[in-house]
Design a protein around this ligand. Structure first.
Ligand SMILES: [Zn+2]
Length: 316
């Protein structure tokens, strides 16, 4: 196995420093299939960085015990928005731009456009790209893959090996075309978007769950040798779409105090939480489930405004 660490883009910052987009490439047999992991497009989402570390550790350990286990190539791009990560910001600092609305980018554009163009140049042609997100600081998500319906035929069978709990196929109304996933899928390179955990945190149980899925995908694609032993896939995904997902939005502003646990079955009418005010003893509003189903998104940050999303439930 050959290991290479290099940078795909180096940009001069105004005062001395440079911003580099770094990657690590583990290469087995030449010309084998290629699996790429991308994370940190949003600077406040850290879960994917830990998945990259765990996958690197698994490869190094497995190649020591069983040389030749890696047949193809695994590339890690843990931090596509390094200045955002360094400064705890979701968007690209200074430009105040969502990097994941800047694809496919332009090599002669502003910094976010250049990063997007460099990422496209290197990722196009991979056999599979996983773009790992960690929600935001407001909502906690159970591990899930999100797919644009346009690409569902090709991507859903892949997502079924990803060891996630939900596969959410989005209709055309909610599709965002300037994302890395849409740009790659449009260019013929399959890309799965993973959402899990919560912003600014790492949830080891979720990263370990996804790691098992990534290894199964790698073996299925021929990136890992067919006889490499892996932990069993333990999660069977529920399929969600625009017809079976309920959104719970706050009726009033205040503090949301949940009354249920994440990823549990809930019944129609069940109390999910309360909205209270620090100025009143009595509660302002009760949050009740509109349906039977499973709570797969739950508000993490307690301060809510009228209309804030508090939970999402998928009907079974
Ligand atoms: Zn994100």
């Amino acid at each position: 196995m050959e290991v290479r660490r290099d940078s795909i883009l180096s940009l001069e910052l105004p005062y001395r420093e440079r911003s580099e987009i770094r990657r690590t490439v583990f290469r087995g047999a030449a010309d084998g299939p290629r699996l790429s992991l991308v994370s940190g497009i949003h600077g406040d989402e850290i879960e994917g960085l830990y998945v990259c570390q765990q996958l690197a550790a698994w490869i190094e350990d497995t190649e020591r015990r069983r040389p030749g286990a890696l047949r193809g190539t695994i590339e890690l791009y843990p931090a596509l928005n390094p200045v955002g990560i360094d400064s705890l910001q979701r968007f690209v600092p200074v430009f105040d731009t969502d990097l994941n609305r800047s694809f496919p980018g332009r090599a002669d554009g502003l910094l976010p456009q250049r990063v997007a163009a460099a990422a496209m140049r290197h990722l196009c042609g991979a056999d599979l790209v996983l773009d790992i997100h960690a929600s935001n600081i407001f909502l906690r998500e159970i591990p899930q893959v999100r797919i644009n319906h346009e690409f569902a035929g090709r991507l859903v069978p892949l997502a079924e090996s990803a060891n996630v709990d939900v596969i959410w196929v989005h209709g055309s109304m909610t599709v965002l075309e300037a994302t890395i996933a849409h740009s790659l899928n449009d260019a013929g390179t399959p890309c799965l978007v993973v959402e899990m955990g919560v912003g600014m945190r790492v949830t080891p149980a979720f990263t370990e769950q996804l790691l098992v899925g990534i290894l199964h995908l790698a073996r299925r694609l021929g990136v890992l040798a067919a006889d490499v032993e892996l932990p069993a896939l333990e999660h069977v995904a529920i399929t969600a779409d625009d017809n079976n997902v309920s959104y719970l939005n706050a009726e009033t502003s205040g503090l949301f105090i949940p009354a249920v646990e994440h990823w549990k079955s809930v019944e129609e009418g069940q109390l999910l939480g309360r909205i209270v005010s620090p100025h009143h003893g009595e509660e302002l509003s009760e949050v009740r489930s509109p349906t039977d189903g499973i709570l797969f998104t739950l508000r993490e940050y307690p301060v809510v405004y009228e209309g804030s999303l508090m939970a999402r439930i998928v009907r079974q």
